[in-house]
Each structure stands twice: as structure tokens, then as C-alpha cells.
Write a protein that binds this ligand. Structure first.
Ligand SMILES: Cc1cc2nc3c(=O)[nH]c(=O)nc-3n(C[C@H](O)[C@H](O)[C@H](O)COP(=O)(O)OP(=O)(O)OC[C@H]3O[C@@H](n4cnc5c(N)ncnc54)[C@H](O)[C@@H]3O)c2cc1C
Length: 264
């Protein structure tokens, strides 16, 4: 690991100012992605701006219409939140399936979304529920936030402060995990709102999280497990690696979407 300057600001404004001053700085949250990449020499920031001492940077608020999770909230806090289990049980269940227990106690929602790993779970929940990502500068719809593999709409000095999830009528998260890391080989987060609109967020299958629009269209006509599982997803553009071929992943998307409808 290369040497770096360590900053531990107490406010969002001070964190942003520290990053702005740096030629090549990085925010640090749970460190479960950033620290390993620094150890492997894949990242060598000159300044590391630790967000964990910022007051009020973590916490959960549930209203009649939305669940708001502040950026520094750990996966374990989401998985065990009584309010979230009541409002969007699928979201708490999803957080409980992330990695192992040590990962869930360190990893944060802000870090997961900012990192946008192609196999991470939160991006599919954001897409599947139609979340809004709040930063120190603006609010960004999930559909416009995730822009590519490990790429997001975030600017260099922009810090995620909270994520707002509208409460759906029904939702379910289904994941086919890699047995070693628990990252999604394919993960599907499906929801239906009070107006009957369906959203299907898919992770693990492509370079970037996406919505399975063909399955959404089939479910808009008939909200049934058969309609979801019977929709063939094109393998073109999906990931093919030592874990699974693109065809296999395409098949898994329909299977998991069918299971999600049945569970919802
Ligand atoms: C063994 C292992 C298994 C895992 N399994 C899973 C899994 O099954 N599913 C899953 O979804 N994830 C999994 N993860 C990832 C983990 O859950 C974390 O979510 C992820 O590492 C990033 O969160 P973090 O808080 O650790 O972020 P960090 O590592 O601290 O930061 C990651 C990136 O986000 C940036 N960042 C952090 N916070 C903010 C913010 N508020 N605003 C702007 N930028 C920010 C950092 O600068 C950095 O670039 C696994 C990780 C490990 C090590």
C-alpha cells in the first residue's frame, strides 16, 4: 500500500473541502472495497477522507410513503431494522444476504452505491424500487445514477448523504449468490406500487445494474410468476465468465423474476 494523508472531518462540508483540495482523494466509508483495492495497488489515493466521524451521517427514517437510509448506515443496521422490516421487508432481507456478518457490520449503503460493483445488491434495490439518491449537491433518480461498470453520475467532490426508497405495495429480492463471496451471480429486486406499476432491477448479470424492461412489460399485462418466468431475456451484452455464461445468466433472470413475483 502507498502512503497517503488521512483526514477525519466532522461535517459533510469539511469532507467535501478536504477532497476538493486533494489532487487525487477518495472518501472512505466501511472500507470493505477501498482498503482491499489500495492493498492490491489498484488504487493509490494521495488523500483518504474518512466519513465515519461525521455526526448524523447514519440512521434510518420511515414515513408513510418512504424509507430514508442515511449514507453511513451499515448493511447490518438495515437488515435488523424493525421499521424497515415492516415498511419494505424485501429491503431488510436483501441487506441480510450481503456477504458475511463481518461485511454487513462494516459495509455501508453509501459505499455500496457509490462503488456500483456490477454484482452488488443495493443498486438492484435502488432500480427495483425507484429510489432517489441524495448528495451534498442534488437528488438523482436511480435510473440516472448508475451509468456503467463501477461508474455513477457522482462528481469528484460529491458525497452521497442519503437514499430514499418509496414504499411499494409488494416487493421481493431473489439472489443466486456466488458461494464464496455471496456477491450476486444474478440478483433480482422486484416491486409493484399502489398504481400497479412494476419495476425489476437486475444485478450481477451485466457490466452495470439494469431494469428488465421485457419482464416489466409482461408483468404489466399479467402480474404472475408464470408471466415473469416465461419471458425470455436476451443474453446479448450479459456477462460471461468462469462463474456463469451469458445464456445461463439470462435464464437465471427469468427464473428469479418468477420466484420474486411468487414471493411478493
Ligand atoms: C468478502 C466480501 C463480500 C461481499 N459481499 C457482498 C455481497 O454479497 N453483496 C454486496 O452488495 N456487496 C458485497 N460486498 C461489498 C460490501 O458490502 C460493501 O458494500 C462495499 O465494499 C462498499 O461499501 P463500503 O462502505 O465498505 O465502502 P468503501 O470501501 O469505504 O468505499 C467504496 C467506494 O465508495 C466511495 N464512497 C464511500 N462512501 C461514499 C459516499 N457516502 N459518497 C460518495 N462516495 C462514497 C469510496 O470513495 C470508494 O470509492 C462484499 C465485500 C466483501 C469484502
Amino acid at each position: 500500500m502507498e502512503n497517503f494523508n488521512y483526514h477525519r472531518p466532522a461535517t459533510v462540508a469539511a469532507a467535501v473541502a478536504a477532497l476538493k483540495k486533494s489532487k487525487d482523494g477518495k472518501f472512505l466509508a466501511g472500507g470493505h472495497t477501498l482498503i482491499p483495492t489500495m492493498k492490491q495497488g489498484l488504487a493509490a489515493p494521495k488523500d483518504v477522507v474518512d466519513l465515519t466521524a461525521i455526526k448524523g451521517f447514519s440512521g434510518i427514517k420511515v414515513s408513510k410513503t418512504a424509507v430514508t437510509i442515511k449514507a453511513g448506515t451499515t448493511h447490518q443496521e438495515v437488515a435488523t431494522s424493525k421499521e424497515i422490516k415492516k415498511a419494505i421487508p424485501a429491503l431488510a432481507e436483501m441487506a441480510g444476504k450481503i456477504g458475511g456478518v463481518h461485511v454487513r457490520h462494516r459495509g455501508t449503503i453509501g459505499g455500496s452505491i457509490a462503488n456500483n460493483d456490477p454484482a452488488a445488491d443495493y443498486p438492484s434495490a435502488c432500480m427495483g424500487l425507484g429510489a432517489t439518491i441524495e448528495t451534498n449537491k442534488r437528488k438523482i433518480e436511480a435510473d440516472k445514477f448508475f451509468t456503467g461498470m463501477f461508474e455513477t453520475a457522482l462528481k469528484k467532490d460529491e458525497v452521497i448523504t442519503a437514499v430514499h426508497f418509496p414504499i411499494p405495495k409488494k416487493a421481493s429480492h431473489q439472489k443466486f449468490p456466488n458461494p464464496a463471496s455471496r456477491y450476486a451471480m444474478v440478483g433480482v429486486f422486484l416491486s409493484q406500487n399502489a398504481k400497479g406499476q412494476v419495476r425489476v432491477g437486475v444485478t450481477g448479470a451485466a457490466p452495470c445494474v439494469f431494469r428488465a424492461k421485457d419482464i416489466e412489460a409482461a408483468l404489466a399485462k399479467e402480474f404472475s410468476a408464470k408471466a415473469a418466468a416465461g419471458t425470455k431475456v436476451a443474453a446479448k451484452g450479459l456477462l460471461s465468465d468462469m462463474h456463469a455464461s451469458a445464456d445461463y445468466r439470462a435464464h437465471l433472470i427469468s427464473v428469479l423474476a418468477g420466484r420474486a413475483v411468487a414471493a411478493a
